[in-house]
Design a protein around this ligand. Structure first.
Ligand SMILES: N=CN[C@@H](CCC(=O)O)C(=O)O
Ligand SMILES: [Zn+2]
Length: 408
């Protein structure tokens, strides 16, 4: 056999959907990589003969390999800070009070309109570096802090550039319909027209987004406005996603399911009819424990129903300055278990295979099987449950992206 690299003496949580074992685990395993892809994976004892003198061999000393982590929901290109709102909330104001008074998303919009691309790029790169240290190999980045054509395009250009200059793969999502900007406060439908007729065509023309998202909520866009944006995106051939049922239930998830969205995100207020709709359409449920924690929400997402209806559950950081200023996948895995009562295996699946599904890239990443991209991490842990169990220690020893060691 002629391989580029081989990892031996490792245990692998493959997250292979066809395995009946927890985590799809193969103990005392080996992985061979060729041309950036997994060329062979299985028990070490079955590893075919290869030219051991000509092939770099990495010995894992019994440590664990998992697929590279995928953070499927972030707003990580932003300027400014909202620590003042954190203080206001500690004095009794709610997230909605602050948003309705012109703070919240709108205050980050002001900072992003003022920031130049270089500044935004530098901020974004530091955040990607932080995620990479914790094993992230793919991240989704949304726009949505511009709310005018120029700034929305600027944020997407920065997100794209980050993907081109960083080892982490970046999937971009156009979220022009994130909030109603002050200039359109009294005419939200005219803002939706702007999103559809001015922003979206330019996003498409410059190939700036893989998907389109809308914040469907009482403080943002109603069902009808949401549907208009999602249909325009679909007609243009883009994938769609939705921020839905975060603070109330206005039926966003059922709409998203009817339109075959890749995912609905937040969904604390989702009911059984909504869960059923997701299950029928194959739409993923993206759970965001960081926002749940930071906003001190009390309504839990319907985890048991999601299990019952076999809706793929995804865990993401939602990293943003307002509702989840937390740039840590490890903490998300932990909170998915402690706050939402997911098992560590469900949480890890939510940041690997199911996260890939939520981005429409599950054919190439998300699990370790022959033919998929060789994106994986070597962790100094004694069982995969430790990834969700500990926080504040970083057991990530090596990150491999498309077969290249990008961090060790
Ligand atoms: N819910 C809407 N959007 C973001 C919040 C962004 C903000 O508060 O800046 C979220 O996913 O939580
Ligand atoms: Zn979000």
């Amino acid at each position: 056999m002629n391989w580029d690299q081989v990892w031996i003496d490792v245990n692998v949580a493959t997250m292979d959907a066809s395995s009946s074992l927890p985590y799809g685990a193969i103990e005392n395993a080996a992985i061979a990589v060729k041309d950036g892809k997994v060329a062979w994976i299985g028990p070490r004892a079955d590893l075919p003969q290869f030219d051991a003198l000509a092939t770099p061999i990495y010995r894992g000393k019994g440590k664990w390999i998992t697929p590279g982590l995928i953070d499927a929901h972030t707003h990580l290109v932003f300027a400014g800070s909202r620590a003042n709102e954190f203080e206001m909330r500690l004095q009794g104001a709610s997230y909605e009070d602050i948003a309705r008074a012109g703070g919240g998303i709108i205050s980050t919009v002001k900072a992003c309109r003022e920031a130049d691309e270089e500044t935004l790029f530098d901020l974004g790169r530091k955040r990607l570096n932080t995620l990479a240290k914790e094993g992230v190999t793919t991240v989704e980045i949304k726009s949505g802090y511009g709310l005018d054509t120029e700034t929305e395009l600027k944020l997407l250009r920065v997100a794209k550039a980050l993907g081109q200059h960083h080892h982490i793969d970046v999937k971009t999502t156009f979220l022009g319909a994130h909030a109603i900007p002050a200039e359109y406060k009294t005419q939200p439908d005219a803002y939706v027209d702007l999103v559809i007729n001015d922003m979206l065509p330019q996003v498409i023309q410059h190939k700036l987004a893989d998907a389109v998202d809308v914040f469907c909520e009482g403080i943002a866009f109603n069902l009808e406005q949401t549907e208009r944006v999602l249909i325009a995106a679909k007609n243009a051939g883009l994938a769609i996603k939705l921020h839905a049922e975060q603070l109330s239930n206005i039926g966003g998830s059922e709409l998203a399911a009817r339109l075959n969205a890749l995912s609905v995100d937040h969904i604390e207020h989702l009911d059984e009819a909504g869960v059923k709709a997701l299950s029928e359409s194959g739409t993923c449920a993206v759970l965001l424990p960081g926002a749940y924690y930071f906003l001190r929400e009390t309504k839990l997402p319907p985890i048991e129903l999601l299990r019952q209806y076999k809706v793929p559950m995804v865990i993401a950081s939602d990293f943003n300055p307002g509702s989840s200023p937390i740039c840590s996948t490890k903490l998300m895995l932990n909170m998915a278990c402690t706050l939402f009562r997911l098992t560590p295996e469900e949480a890890l699946k939510g940041m690997t295979l199911n996260a890939a599904k939520a981005l429409g890239i599950e054919k190439s990443v998300g699990s370790l099987v022959v033919g998929k991209q060789a994106d994986f991490c070597l962790w100094d842990i004694s069982s995969p449950a430790e990834l969700a169990y500990t926080f504040g220690v970083n057991p990530c020893e090596q990150v491999i992206k498309a077969g290249k060691i990008i961090q060790q």
